[in-house]
Design a protein around this ligand. Structure first.
Ligand SMILES: [Zn+2]
Length: 419
């Protein structure tokens, strides 16, 4: 299916990460120096005269004033730093987990370093005439990796064993295949998936996985494929089928966080009840009380309140005679007021066990003109690549799919260590 002319290009594009992240070389031990230090100890200067390096990890609700005080640097220094060009902005945003490095001599600040973003570091150092400010770029090296996974026990285990991060697996489930595959109920042992995705490195060390560029999911023998497309002008972007149909559709298959659904995956045997449209004409998703429930599609809240055996229930009208119903909620989301419009994925309530329910679960119904339907069997209309972007889409998709094909040819191949 590959044009032969595309092959040399593919060979040139490094598909696999060949070198593991750099490791520190073992330090050489100089025995003569060691012996010298034992026989002739060097006088140690008084501790307060030596530069002290202090690394502070920002905690929730930390303030700069408090951090500076904890290091032993006075408010006047902080005030001085804040007057420096661009430093105030770069210092004032504190996120829990951020690291600030201080070097001071007896409370007199010598230098301060903090990472502002994944790619930029602020560096302030004391010079002859006050502080000098530098913004240092930390370039990311982005490599493209391919991996194929086979599900034995769970989606996440399979992804991890193939070298993918949990984040990449979540992207596959939520942003690429979430409209076609019921990840709560329909995943089974033997399902396979592959992904072509970016891996970010900095100074030779793995940082995180980046964008998923192409992916394949084989669910119960049915193969789905998708590619990421972003037009040069940025006007069109998203995941599309190889023939240019949007992966995002009008209705979510699982209107709840699939990872918290307990009844879903059984490696040995499919759950006999869940995932089926039962006599009571809904789909049940067993999940802990408090699990967020999402609007399956854009629409208007038609009802939010107590509704007999449904307990706390929400009905959304999506137009064209389509309504969805969500039952047994422990409580409602902020958006759940009659007449309000909601967007797909917005939280409309939380799992509970109100009404005629034996345990916490979401009971979900999908109706067309009042008639119950199994949303799994509904052909959902999807968006398409606009005609003026098709040529651009085709050339991008061809490269990505060909690279994915290479990833498929190396099942279970481990990439560079990413832990
Ligand atoms: Zn039910």
């Amino acid at each position: 299916m590959l044009p032969a002319s595309a092959l040399p290009l593919l060979a040139a594009a490094a598909l696999y990460v060949a070198t593991p992240p750099a490791q520190d070389a073992p330090a050489e031990i100089d025995l003569t120096a060691l012996a010298a230090s034992v026989t002739a100890p060097v006088a140690v200067a008084p501790e307060q005269d030596l530069p002290q390096n202090v690394e502070v990890t920002v905690q929730r609700n930390d303030t700069l004033d408090r951090i500076f005080r904890s290091v032993g640097i006075d408010d006047a220094t902080l005030a001085e730093l804040r007057t420096l060009p661009d430093v105030r902005k770069a210092l004032d945003i504190l996120r829990p987990g951020d690291i600030i490095m201080f070097t001071h001599v007896d409370g007199v600040l010598q230098s301060l370093n903090r990472r502002i973003s994944e790619t930029l570091t602020l560096s302030v150092s004391r010079g002859e005439d006050g502080f000098a400010v530098e913004f240092i770029e930390n370039p990311l090296e982005i490599e493209v990796a391919g991996a194929r996974a086979r599900i034995e026990t769970s989606l996440f285990d399979a992804g991890r064993d193939a070298g993918m991060s949990a984040q990449t697996v979540l992207v596959l489930a939520n942003e690429v295949f979430g409209w076609d595959v019921d990840f709560a109920n329909d995943i089974q042992a033997g399902d396979e998936f592959s992904a072509l995705y970016q891996r970010k490195f900095q100074d030779g060390a793995y940082v995180s996985d980046g964008r998923v560029l192409a992916a394949e999911f084989v669910n119960r023998g049915k193969t789905l494929r998708a590619v990421w497309f972003e037009s040069a002008d940025g006007a069109v972007k998203g995941y599309y089928t190889p023939d240019g149909k949007g992966m995002r559709k009008a209705f979510l298959r699982v209107p709840i966080d699939f990872a918290r659904v307990s009844s879903g995956f059984n490696p040995k045997r499919r759950h006999p009840i869940t995932g089926q449209v039962r006599a009571h004409r809904g789909i049940d998703f067993a999940a802990p009380t408090g699990t967020p429930i999402y609007a399956a599609g854009d629409g208007r809240i038609e009802f939010a309140g107590r509704k007999g055996g449904y307990g706390n229930a929400v009905v959304i009208n999506h137009g064209k005679g389509i309504t969805t119903l969500y039952a047994h909620m422990s409580r409602f989301g902020k958006a759940s007021r009659s007449g309000r419009s909601v967007r797909q994925g917005q939280i409309i309530g939380y799992v509970g066990s109100t009404g005629a329910s034996t345990g916490p679960h979401l009971h979900y119904e999908y109706r067309v003109k009042g008639v119950h339907k199994n949303p799994a069997n509904i052909a959902l209309p999807n968006t398409e690549i606009p005609s003026n972007y098709r040529a651009e889409f085709r050339s991008q998709a061809e490269v990505a799919l060909a690279q994915l094909e290479l990833a498929n040819g190396a099942p279970g191949r481990r990439l560079a260590d990413n832990r």
